[in-house]
Design a protein around this ligand. Sequence first.
Ligand code: 3NM
Length: 219
Amino acid sequence: MRIAHCDQSFGVMFILPRVYPITYVERSGLSHKDQVKRLVDAGATLIQIRDKHASPGDFYRDAEAALRVARDQNVILIINDRVDIVLALKADGVHLGQTDLPPPAARRLLGDEAIIGLSTHNIEQVQVARQQPINYIAFGPIFRTQTKEAPDPTTGLRALKTVRTLTNLPLVAIGGITAENAPGVFAAGADAVATISGVVGDPDRIVENFHRMLTSAAN
Ligand code: 3NM
């Protein structure tokens, strides 16, 4: 796999892969653990688990099982939003949205070894993000997404190009990214593409779709 970026700014040897898969129970119909298992089998090296609907207790238990699968294969596991669950499980990091705990607070709780990512949706948010104690910036939705509830307006590739000129932090593009449009996203300056439906949308084709994304990312 091609490696997009290596950042040691917070004492963590962080290798961001070109394809960044995110689990989602409502899209795949599978538990986070089962999605992680298939993604690990497909060769993913970093996975985010994301759940906007489960109770904290249910998400905790599924995350614990998913982390066990990931740890067995030295795969990095990032948890969306839930700093408390990251802390309780000693997972590898957290992915924060604009309305979650501010990155400095998450950094204080999780320490310098944790990976912290931050979602941004416009240039102003990117300007703020680059001052934050984070390991990567996510930007999107680049294209129309049917996965996120109440998504921000699509940014398109032109805004992604602008973002690339503003930061040297590892840059993850997200939102409506498929094997077909991924090459254009990389050409616009993304280091990685994050995807939900493009990989876990069809539970029977997770391995196949992950490989398609990888092939597309290598072009
Ligand atoms: N965040 P799909 S778009 C989780 O704009 C998420 O920050 C976004 O799912 C953002 O690959 C998005 O199925 C949904 O479009 C990504």
